[in-house]
Design a protein around this ligand. Structure first.
Ligand SMILES: [Zn+2]
Length: 222
């Protein structure tokens, strides 16, 4: 049975699957099961090993891999890619059906050409995992598509944009949202920018709220 073949590129779920809701559910469940097994292929120490090759999978990637796939990831044949720089400095991309496929490719091939080879999520940006909140030292930032910390850089055209930003207010003694002109920052690996809301949300100051035991509802701060 052909799972993919739909859409202009032929990379979406096949029409005969999409037209049969029971079959579609089964296919998506199978893709999820395949995804669930991936975390177990990576060592407890974070290394993926195969033959004489090994590659340390960044903690962020390992944590994101444990989250279930979302709808668009099971709709598309290749929700992942690996990017690396060739010897001549040219950036290359190769698509993958699973993150494990990408990790395997980095471990066995790409890392020998470029030690900065990266696995990237094509369709879904991942919020920073709670385990890494407040643990990424400046100037590094969480990249939702690389699923790890990156050094974002000013874009070459020095563009700016308007967005709200969380800032500390001495007067109010808490964080407040301010409309600000921000510089466009680019991830050097996946080329995503801080225009992405998820990227900004993940890198804003996070407050730890202490909730007393027994408290069921937490009032929103206004
Ligand atoms: Zn990135």
């Amino acid at each position: 049975m052909r799972v993919y073949g739909g859409g202009v590129t032929g990379r979406l779920l096949a029409p005969d699957i999409l037209s049969n809701p029971r079959l579609e559910r089964r296919v998506r469940r199978k893709l999820q099961l395949r995804h669930d097994k991936i975390a177990g292929k990576i060592g407890e120490d974070g290394y993926y090993r195969v033959g004489r090759h090994e590659w340390k999978v960044p903690l962020g990637i390992r944590l994101c891999m444990k989250r279930p796939l979302v709808y668009v990831q099971t709709s598309n044949r290749y929700p992942w890619y690996v990017t690396w720089r060739n010897k001549d400095g040219k950036r290359k991309r190769k698509l993958f059906a699973t993150p494990l496929g990408g990790i395997h490719f980095i471990a066995t091939k790409a890392q020998y050409v470029d030690s900065g080879s990266s696995l990237v999520s094509r369709q879904v940006g991942y919020d920073i995992p709670t385990e890494l909140v407040n643990k990424i030292p400046r100037p590094w930032k969480w990249c939702p598509y690389c699923m790890t910390a990156r050094r974002y850089k000013r874009d070459s055209l020095e563009r700016t944009f308007m967005a709200t930003r969380k800032e500390w207010s001495d007067e109010k003694g808490r964080y407040v949202w301010k409309e600000r002109k921000l510089a466009v920052l680019v991830c050097p690996r996946c080329l995503m920018t801080n225009r992405d809301r998820r990227m900004r949300r993940s890198n804003q100051p996070w407050e730890v709220r202490h909730i007393k035991r027994g408290v069921r509802r937490v009032r929103r701060k206004s």
